[in-house]
Design a binder for this molecule. Structure first.
Ligand SMILES: Cc1cc2nc3c(=O)[nH]c(=O)nc-3n(C[C@H](O)[C@H](O)[C@H](O)COP(=O)(O)OP(=O)(O)OC[C@H]3O[C@@H](n4cnc5c(N)ncnc54)[C@H](O)[C@@H]3O)c2cc1C
Length: 433
């Protein structure tokens, strides 16, 4: 049965490579077409000034089970590949929350009650809110914005600014006033409510191309599959005999095609297929949100008080010390997620603001040796309430969609992405429509 399957995958980001690795693990022949010179898509390694960076600083959570499973499937070692930190949120000088070594969700309740930088009343309100969410099994009858949910549960402005807004922006890359409360609750349910290790924060010690897609390519090739770089799909054409992928090297017909390109590219590739007009319309309507990462290389002795630390009411939202994370001493990354005033600034000015914040907050008086701003203007979809996302299955049998923007419980995260990929892989199996 398995021999009849021949799967073509468009896009070698995390979604496409997850689908390909899952199929390869069942010895199903796959061919990946990737238009870029390297794998990883929005989560890819980038070289700059002889330094290994990523297209943006990423963070995983302990509850990202499918991503961690696949990293290990293709030969990674999660304990070596990541710096694992127990749940801790520090907004330098304003707020500090640390989860003690207690079973979930007690670890969170104690952390909230002991949090520094909140009044006693605020801490009680935050703990009550978490208990209420647990009582509701993290399910809302009707979705609403996170801002609205916080209001309903008496989480005042200070609490929102110090705790919920940084969490919401980090998880959903969408401001409180626009973000889906239900999707945030899905993440809180999985990260905070089951095992303590689910809320661990995992900071990669190696770049994102090496972490999974590169290893996956080697795994796929060992299982008889092919991964073509610099060979993007120019068209996807349903035929009587299957589905054809047309690339610069010609056309090839597959029993199944998983389109795992980013949403804008996927919409363009599918636009010519009349039966998919509704799907394309769906994708076109998705609003996008940016993420900016400012990398700064300081002399090696420069470091931050923690591997990851937040700033309160600053342009820089989260700072990462790559020296503490992966031995790249003096290399700092400032992450600015979701829409905001920073989008209006020229990159040089944005970097200077980050440099001034580092000086003011941590007394870093030395100038960086260099900086690099990576602006991903279409980093993720805007995760708004009640958003309908396109299903992995399309009106064309055998033509599937994978990617962070497709239907699922999660916001645009690696876990949501990987889950969409492995789901598509299973939909290709015999007996699955
Ligand atoms: C700056 C930034 C920071 C982020 N931080 C986090 C984080 O901390 N934690 C987290 O979980 N998530 C984070 N994310 C989200 C995460 O990176 C994405 O959800 C995920 O990488 C999306 O993967 P994908 O495979 O769906 O799409 P993509 O990564 O966009 O992959 C699509 C692939 O298709 C290729 N392609 C395009 N056109 C064609 C074509 N015609 N033919 C063949 N191939 C084509 C592209 O080159 C690309 O490799 C972040 C994203 C960004 C941008």
């Amino acid at each position: 049965m398995a021999q009849e399957l021949k799967v073509g995958i468009v896009g070698g980001g995390y979604a496409g490579m997850a689908a390909a690795a899952e199929l390869a693990s069942r010895d199903i022949p796959v061919t990946v077409f990737e238009s870029a010179k390297q794998l990883g898509g929005r989560a890819r390694g980038v070289q700059y000034n002889d330094t290994q960076l990523d297209n943006g600083q990423h963070l995983l959570l302990g509850c990202y089970r499918e991503t961690l499973r696949l990293i290990e499937l293709v030969g990674g070692d999660v304990e070596q590949d990541f710096l694992r930190l127990p749940l801790q949120l520090d907004l330098h000088g304003h707020f500090s929350l640390r989860a003690p070594r207690l079973p979930a969700p007690l670890h969170l309740l104690v952390a909230l009650l002991a949090a520094q930088g909140l009044s006693w009343g605020e801490r009680i309100k935050a703990a009550r809110f978490m208990l209420a969410l647990r009582g509701m099994r993290f399910r809302l009858d009707h979705d609403m914005t996170v801002a609205e949910l916080l209001r309903q549960h008496g989480q005042d402005a200070d609490l929102a600014l110090k705790l919920w807004e940084p969490l919401c922006i980090a998880a959903l890359n969408t401001p409180l006033q626009k973000a889906s409360a239900q999707v945030l609750l899905n993440v809180l349910r999985d990260a905070l409510n089951r095992k303590r290790a689910d809320s661990d924060m995992l900071l990669p010690r190696i770049d994102f191309t090496t972490l999974f897609p590169q290893r996956a390519a080697e795994y796929i090739e060992r299982h008889g599959g092919k991964v073509h770089l610099s060979n993007g799909a120019g068209a996807i054409i349903p035929r009587d005999s299957g589905i054809e992928i047309v690339s610069a090297h010609g056309g090839e017909t597959f029993s199944h095609v998983i389109c795992a390109a980013s949403p804008t590219v996927a919409a363009d590739l599918l636009r010519t297929i009349d039966a998919l007009a509704e799907t394309v319309n769906h994708i076109d309507r998705l609003e996008q949100q940016p993420i900016y990462t400012v990398y700064l290389q300081y002399p090696a002795h420069v470091s931050l008080p923690h591997a990851m630390i937040g700033l309160h009411r600053c342009i820089s939202q989260w700072l990462f010390d790559k020296g503490q994370i992966g031995g790249q001493h003096g290399l700092l990354a400032a992450v600015i997620s979701a829409e905001g005033v920073h989008q209006e600034l020229p990159q040089e000015e944005l970097a200077q603001k980050v440099i001034a914040e580092l000086q003011r907050e941590f007394g870093i008086d030395t100038a960086p040796l260099w900086f690099k701003v990576i602006a991903e203007k279409r980093a993720t979809f805007c995760c708004s309430p009640g958003l309908r996302r396109p299903s992995q299955q399309t009106a064309i049998p055998g033509l599937l969609l994978a990617g962070d923007y497709t239907a699922g419980d999660y916001p645009a995260t690696l876990e949501g992405t990987v889950l969409s990929g492995t789901h598509c892989a299973r939909l290709c199996l015999p007996g699955r429509k």
